[in-house]
Ligand binder design. Sequence first.
Ligand SMILES: Cc1cc2nc3c(=O)[nH]c(=O)nc-3n(C[C@H](O)[C@H](O)[C@H](O)COP(=O)(O)O)c2cc1C
Length: 383
Amino acid sequence: MNHAATPPAVPLLFTPWKCRGVSSRNRIVVSPMCQYLSEAGAPTDWHLVHLGKFAMGGAGIVFSEETAVEERARKTYGCAGIYSDQHVPAYRRLTDHIRANGALPAIQLGHAGRKASCGPPWTMFRPLTEEDAANGQPPWQGVSASAIAAKPGALVPHAMDEDDIRQVIRAWADAARRAVDAGFDICEIHGAHGYLIHQFLSPLSNQRSDAWGGDLAGRMRLALEITQAVRAVWPADRPLFFRVSAVDGQGGVWDMDDTVALSRALKDCGVDVITCSSGGINGPLNMAIVPRVPGYQVPYAARVRREAGVESCAVGLITDAEHAEQILRDGDADLIAMAREFLLNPSWPVHAAQALGVGEALDFLPSGYSWWLKRREEIRRLS
Ligand SMILES: Cc1cc2nc3c(=O)[nH]c(=O)nc-3n(C[C@H](O)[C@H](O)[C@H](O)COP(=O)(O)O)c2cc1C
């Protein structure tokens, strides 16, 4: 679909996005952002304020950070998790607050696999050692497709056997069920950035010769079985997203043809939206080895949308309202996700509405907030 011919009366960025039983007030998505500030997996007041400000700032969909489906699936001790029923009330507090401020609360479920048992990013994800045990943070064994470390010096993971794989699939389903109880409207399966699902997809990390490795179908099997298990418990009236690393990055093997094939298969499993990221298989900070120009991952979202016939979400250095609008008008994506720009400017949707000429239609904001924003000139004169 190409919307380029005549500009719509309302910018596409500010048209509602409808999928299954939910409707988002616009097409602006806050991308998941790990905070490394959870307590034994549970979110805190930090997360309430951090995510709440994006809902109050006008985003349509607010993703919480990657949330581990098992305790050992966390990267660090500060990572979020939903591996216990006891986590549910703390997440319910977040979803109530996000929804009350007009956005759809969304959760990204993940499993670090071989990238587990590290210090936080400001230690460059240094592997934990026995010395950390003295501070109450003992290292633990990561798991993966094959016993290959994520990078030189990283911990060597345990290569999963059939029972381990079945246990992990059950953990995804259990986590998705808890996310339903916690009130999330959207669930995203994290299949990107070199984490467990990506470790099974890429031949760089999956050197198995059984039915969970080998050819493309074997390497895709974990992604598809997890998706089927999550879809089975995730309500039919709520959307399911899947985040891919569309290409491995430098020295990688997984490519766009593989991503299109995976996206078609995921669509058949009930996935509604593919979020197109890249990289991450060759080390924790190697997110993508493609030139970092604005919209550098949009071509992936465009190809998935056109060739797999599934909705796509574009992400990666999209910071300008006209650019975001053009991506939608070109039919390259259905949703626009942003991370770092929201950290700088939680009210980005308000500025985008002004830039696109619909600043007076700020009714997507909580009413008291929009009343004051519309009167900001008047307020300036009075002050
Ligand atoms: C602080 C921070 C934390 C992130 N955590 C996650 C995460 O939990 N899950 C994920 O898929 N991507 C994560 N990302 C990647 C972003 O979601 C996004 O894909 C990336 O930053 C590119 O978008 P941007 O250019 O708008 O920042 C993180 C990015 C940042 C800056």
